[in-house]
Design a protein around this ligand. Structure first.
Ligand code: PEP
Ligand code: MG
Length: 539
């Protein structure tokens, strides 16, 4: 057996042993897959078709609201194509006659109808060929969603791909995912954050090789290597390491229930960052003092249509109830950059990190914002809720947000809805927000410092670019000065300030953050107990 050991960049620590599962998202060539149950395959196609209709209808409504009649007309015509019986019959016929998967049948229908239309003289009809391709690609994307395919695996897998975006990962059940390995990806991308939050090892910088598919593998997130098809001796060594890691965790569990006080008696709050309600179990297991950041955009990323007020309300209510009176900070939709969902219709941008995203999107698409705020205020009656607004750069913006949230609140009160005592705070994650933190502190109830973006914007380092990992870790003097400024200004105004960016999990900085006066550190669930041990060690 030839041992294949590939070096990569360490993105999330830990060791995983399991089957390698190669995903090729960008491959338009769909191989013909023989299937046994054609009825189930047709139902699979019908489901994808309904999802596509739902996505396009949402986009169409948005286009109408934006007075973009041309876009609305195109989207309506795409819905008509999906409802068109001849396309549907062609797909179902290919599945039945050729005993083939839905993907291959869609490609056959696409090529058949597109060719037929492209051959006509009439330009308008000819353009319909492009629409057919567009609609077919949407169907294929829905069918090939990695979540769906990995879900059908019996055993958990090590997922390998060229690149992952957060929506690839969020759709997969955590129990099905042992580790992720990709060629592209930086240490501060949301995919990396998700891997650390879920406590799964992750590597980047590894060129996937199609021959690995289905082979056993080991991901060593501590050393930064992937071992393909390991020998029994190596497997045994790694199994031993996994047991040692379990023992280390046991040691940390003895800290559960103990107070987080430094040696000199200063109390520090240690909260958890979560991206999905399923992470609550590990938050509880690690005895977090509260939820310091719930990235609500992941609710949007795992769905094919915008989550409704009722759906969101149920999720927020459950988190608040499960946390049983402990503080829960829910951040409003921070969509954009690499966190993209088709149905919100965000356009491709040259500089998406600095683009029409996050609070900018919410203040413009007020119906999306209203739906989320209504769900949040309604849920507030069930626990201790704080709402956190992302990507703030000005006082004017905060005033606009607070006026809008007052309006939503009053609307609910007029409907007789019970609302709890909600605190409203902002992320300090742009240099602008830190520099004017004296002014912002007068407008809100608390600050939460987002070091991931604060580093990106202060040091001019794209957090998505893996080539810049070293720059991202470079001299942090400028960032630390901004943090100091925000902490001092928060305290002068009598409000509390936490850090919820990944830097809060760097235990070599804990002492410094406490010296700066930070009140709350919010970290991935797996870091809570190690951080608590560190806090108890600080003078
Ligand atoms: C941050 O920017 O530090 C932060 C916590 O937000 P996100 O990582 O989701 O951008
Ligand atoms: Mg951020």
């Amino acid at each position: 057996m030839i041992l294949k050991e590939v070096k990569g960049n360490r993105i999330s620590k830990g060791i995983a042993i399991g089957k390698l599962w190669l995903m090729d998202k960008h491959d338009d060539v769909v191989s013909r897959r023989e299937i046994e149950n054609t009825t189930a395959e047709i139902a699979r196609y019908e489901n994808a078709r309904n999802t596509a209709i739902c996505q396009l209808t949402d986009l169409g409504e948005k286009a109408v609201a934006d007075a973009s009649e041309e876009a609305a007309a195109i989207l309506r015509s795409h819905v008509m194509l999906l409802r068109d019986e001849s396309f549907r019959e062609y797909v179902c016929d290919v599945i039945e006659r050729k005993n083939t998967g839905a993907e291959y049948a869609i490609l056959s229908a696409r090529d058949h109808f597109a060719k037929m239309l492209a051959d006509t003289e009439d330009d308008t009809i000819c353009n319909r060929a492009a629409d057919i391709r567009d609609v077919s690609n949407r169907l294929l994307a829905i069918l090939n969603g990695v979540g769906e395919s990995v879900q059908s695996e019996d055993t958990p897998v090590i997922l390998v791909a060229e690149d992952f975006v957060p929506s690839d990962i969020i759709r997969v059940d955590r129990e099905k995912l042992l580790a992720i390995v990709s060629r592209k990806g930086s240490v501060n991308s949301h995919t990396a954050i998700l891997a650390r939050a879920w406590g799964i090892p992750a590597l980047t910088g590894v060129e996937p090789d199609p021959s690995w598919n289905g082979k056993p593998g080991i991901v060593d997130g501590d050393k930064g290597v992937l071992i393909v098809d390991p020998e029994e001796g190596i497997l045994a060594q790694y199994r031993k390491k996994i047991i040692e890691e379990e023992d280390r965790k046991e040691r940390f569990f003895s800290l559960k229930g103990k107070e987080n006080r430094t040696k000199s008696g200063r109390r520090v709050e240690v909260f958890a960052n979560i991206n999905h309600p399923s992470e609550l179990a590990s938050l509880m297991e690690n005895d977090a003092g509260g939820v310091g950041l719930f990235r609500s955009e992941f609710l949007y990323l795992e769905s094919d249509c915008a989550p409704t007020e009722k759906e969101q309300f149920e999720v927020y209510k459950k988190i608040l109830e499960d946390m049983d009176g402990k503080k829960v900070i829910i951040r409003t939709l921070d969509i954009g950059a690499e966190k993209q969902v088709g149905y919100l219709g965000l356009e491709k941008e040259e500089n998406p990190a600095m683009g029409f995203r996050s609070i900018r999107f919410c203040l413009s698409e007020t119906e999306v914002f209203r739906t989320q705020l209504r769900a949040l205020f309604r849920a507030s009656a069930y626990g201790n809720l704080s709402i956190l607004y992302p990507m703030i750069v000005s006082v004017e913006e905060v005033r606009q947000i607070r006026a809008f949230s007052r309006e939503v609140r009053e609307e609910l009160l007029a409907e007789g809805v019970e609302i709890g005592g909600v605190k409203e705070g902002i992320m300090i994650e742009t240099p602008a927000a830190a520099v004017i933190s004296d002014l912002l502190a007068k407008e809100v109830d608390f600050f939460s410092i987002g070091t991931n973006d604060l580093i990106q914007f202060t040091l001019a380092v794209d957090r998505q670019n893996e080539k810049l990992n070293d720059y991202y870790k470079a001299d942090r003097t400028a960032v630390l000065r901004l943090i100091q400024m925000a902490v001092d200004n928060a305290h002068k105004a009598g409000i509390r300030v936490g850090i919820c960016g990944e830097l809060a999990a760097d235990l070599t900085l804990t002492e410094l953050f406490l010296q700066l006066g930070v009140d709350v550190l919010s970290v991935p669930p797996s870091v809570i107990l190690p951080l608590r041990e560190r806090v108890r060690d600080v003078e």
